[in-house]
Design a protein around this ligand. Structure first.
Ligand code: 3H9
Length: 711
């Protein structure tokens, strides 16, 4: 059970870090200022809750104190409940968060939350029980619990709708997105934006006290939650279900917000707590919390001591979709970037595409015109490498051919300043061979973004044999600056992500030979939570491209192993995918339809190969598609391509849309049972060839009944 269970306090007075030392208490101008000092993010740990409880009691009884301000020490307000204490004894230590909120709502003197950095989850819910909220212009607020498979369980679903109405509350809580102080002010979530946080909050609190402001708690304000049509919730459920891709929390959140509009406050709060407990007990919560820590762990490279170099300027070679997207990523992070290509024409096509992308973002409302203009102004064009010779990093995103890349790298080596990092965005080529074209292989590294680069969150960094520690430290730190989730991969064909991908798409093709239809395979994958099934994905990226990549791989296949020839057969008939109006499917615009010609081709291939066709259950297909990912992932850990299993999860969630609520492929595999994955690999080796068989690591873990932590 989580922390809100009211038990006797087993650790009180034993553990010295509980109490006032996590919350500083000062009085200025008769206002008690409670400063939460619990780095890194002032989470509502037992120490913080105890400190706040004691501080509030003190402020209440001190007759010289006329009001209270709660503020975060360091860079941020409170980022929520302390996730690291979830499920531990510490989470049971009183006061609970609801206890503190009750004190605040019934506090006889005005209470003001002073917000900077981010007020998130339980931290923001605490602020919602203060009588007022002020914030710095740079502050953000949000209820991101949905990203952990949870809902705001400290009244967030009951109080936020009372400030902003159910529609906005549904949007904010089901997406978990953070909003700016300006937007929060507009919505009435905060009462003022101040320039000096503590003094501004003290002023605000003093004014409330001296003007005898009525102290109505948010939970008692009902205007915005009365008379709401049930239709609103029906529609919201439909639209949220579509985007949720199998996530349960978003729909439960709507139930809670509906409860806020239909039940008295006490019952609404009780309903929310009951639903929170249900979600807390769910597999999705466990998976998402695994994922949360995986993302942060992935930034850490064991044994890496070097300090990152600062990156103040960049250049991108190749102004196509990929290069343009990468230039946007730098510009969006405030880093000036040069974009170049082989001709002025190519560069101006690239920059036009970038302009169009920014226009779309502004049109959609995901970016303001001012932000877009600022970013665009940071992108300069160049036709000569000398124009950006002093850039701190270059990312090459040219055509995926070794001779082209080597030529670019040797030319870069000749002009770039000596300590510039030379990155390549290759998705599968040998980093060492590229580095060998330069006299500074220590500065050469893979920096692999995913398309569209300005949207997809993964940055897969690849270390070559000679890549220096400092280069690695720099590109790992750069990921954070760019707002990406980073993983570090070893140098091999396909690195972490694409190396696994070939088994997923490969098995989908074998399944078609054996009788599964493209539609069934796609539906199973989409029901699993993938944004798009493997067959549709092929159609989108182009079957001809698939054939080309495969041509290069054919030479490396061990004897007795083959690729399904379905792809080649489709391409021979001019079916190149969505771009030609037909691939596996037939397209009318973006709408896809099954095509009998595809069925004929598949059946013909099966006949020629003597493959027995049959029907498959959805469960069978799901396991056949995803188990090979886990098997290959295990081999990556074994040969050092991936540092740890959870890095592979991060790569697949961010680069390929693997559902985070299933934790990533490796987490999923462990839940399914590594012995089952192992047996599946033995079967796949029989059917498909030796590359599909299990490695030693998986064999050991499966037979010893162990998990990835024992890898
Ligand atoms: C909740 O509140 C439930 C309530 O509704 C109901 C209660 C009844 N706890 O991300 P960063 C750690 S659920 C403990 O690298 P950034 C994090 O692990 C909670 N630790 O920094 C990392 O540790 P390490 C709802 C936390 O600047 C370090 O802080 N709140 C927590 O990029 C730095 O984190 C959320 O879901 C936490 N709550 O981003 C907020 N949060 O250095 C989740 C972070 O050892 N957090 N840590 O790896 C975030 O979104 C980001 O961490 C934040 C900072 C924006 C705060």
């Amino acid at each position: 059970e989580p922390w809100m269970v009211r038990l006797a306090n087993p650790l009180a007075g034993i553990n010295g870090d509980h109490g006032m030392n996590a919350v500083r208490y000062d009085v200025t101008d008769n206002v008690a200022v409670l400063t939460v000092e619990y780095p890194p993010v002032n989470a509502l740990s037992a120490a913080v809750r105890t400190g706040l409880g004691e501080g509030l009691a003190h402020a209440k009884s001190d007759s010289a104190v006329i009001a209270v301000v709660i503020v975060g020490g360091g860079g941020t307000f409170i980022a929520g409940a302390d996730i690291t204490e979830f499920g531990t004894e510490k989470s049971k230590i009183l006061p609970s968060l609801p206890d503190l909120q009750h004190s605040l709502e019934t506090f006889p003197k005005p209470t003001v939350a002073a917000i900077h950095g981010t007020a998130l989850g339980g931290g923001f819910e605490l602020a919602l029980t203060c009588h007022a909220r002020v914030a710095l212009a740079s502050a953000k607020v949000g209820l991101p619990e949905v990203n952990l498979g949870l809902l705001p369980g400290a009244g967030g679903t009951q109080r936020l709708p009372r400030l902003v109405g159910p529609e906005v509350a549904i949007d904010l809580i089901t997406t978990g997105r953070h909003i700016s102080a300006a937007r929060a002010l507009e919505l009435g979530i905060i009462d003022a934006v101040v320039e000096d946080l503590v003094m501004g909050a003290i002023d605000h609190a003093r004014r409330m006290a001296t003007h005898g402001a009525t102290l109505t708690p948010v939970i008692e304000r009902n205007e915005k939650v009365e008379g709401i049509s049930p239709d609103l919730f029906t529609k919201a459920r439909q639209s949220v279900a579509k985007k949720a891709r199998g996530k349960i929390a978003p729909l439960v959140i709507i139930d809670c917000i509906e409860a806020a509009c239909t039940l008295p406050p006490a019952e609404g709060l009780a309903f929310e707590i009951a639903k929170f407990r249900e979600l807390y007990a769910s597999d999705q919560r466990a998976a998402l919390m695994h994922y949360f820590f995986a993302e942060r762990e992935a930034r850490r490279v064991p044994g890496l001591a070097a300090e990152p170099r600062p990156i103040g300027s960049a250049a991108v070679i190749g102004a196509g979709t990929m290069g343009g997207g990468i230039a946007m990523v730098f510009a969006n992070a405030g880093i000036p970037v040069h974009l170049t290509d082989i001709s002025e024409d190519a560069v101006s096509r690239g920059i036009n595409l970038i302009r169009k992308n920014y226009d779309v973002s502004v049109g959609r409302g995901s970016m303001t015109q001012a932000t877009a203009d600022k970013a665009l102004a940071l992108i300069a064009t160049a036709t000569d490498y000398a124009d950006f010779a002093d850039a701190d990093i270059v990312v090459e995103a040219a055509f995926e051919r070794m001779d082209i890349k080597r030529d670019i790298f040797s030319r870069l080596d000749a002009v770039m300043k000596p300590d510039a990092i030379l990155g390549t965005n290759t998705s599968s080529l040998d980093i060492d061979a590229i580095a060998a074209a330069t006299n500074r292989p220590g500065n050469v590294v893979g920096v692999h973004f995913f398309s569209p680069a300005n949207v997809m969150k993964l940055q897969e960094n690849i270390r070559g044999k000679l890549t220096s520690e400092q280069t690695i430290a720099t590109v790992m730190a750069l990921g954070k600056t760019l707002g990406k989730n980073v993983v570090l991969a070893g140098n091999c064909d396909g690195f972490i992500g694409n190396r696994m991908l070939q088994y997923y798409t490969g098995e989908a093709e074998f399944l078609m030979e054996q009788g599964a239809t493209p539609e069934q395979i796609d539906l199973v994958a989409e029901k699993f939570g993938m944004p798009m099934g493997p067959i549709s994905m092929r159609d989108m990226s182009g079957l001809d491209v698939g054939v080309l990549v495969r041509e290069a791989r054919k030479a490396t296949l061990p004897p007795g192993e083959r690729f399904s020839p379905i792809l080649e057969r489709l391409v021979e008939r001019g079916r190149h995918g969505m771009k030609t109006g037909k691939g596996f499917y037939r397209y009318e615009g973006r709408e896809k339809h099954p095509d009998p010609e595809t069925t004929d081709i598949i059946e013909q291939v099966a006949r020629e190969l003597g493959v027995q066709r049959r029907t498959f259950t959805d469960e069978e297909i799901e396991f056949r598609l995803f188990a090979p990912l886990v098997n290959e992932g295990a081999k990556e850990i074994e040969d050092g391509t991936a540092i740890r299993a959870s890095d592979i999860d991060v790569a697949w969630v961010n680069g390929y849309g693997f559902p985070a609520h299933k934790g990533g492929p490796m987490y999923w595999g462990e839940q399914v049972g590594l012995h089952r994955i192992y047996e599946a690999a033995l079967g796949a080796a029989q059917r498909n060839g030796p590359r599909w068989g299990p490695g030693k690591l998986l064999e050991r873990l499966a037979t010893e009944g162990k998990g990835w932590k024992d890898a």
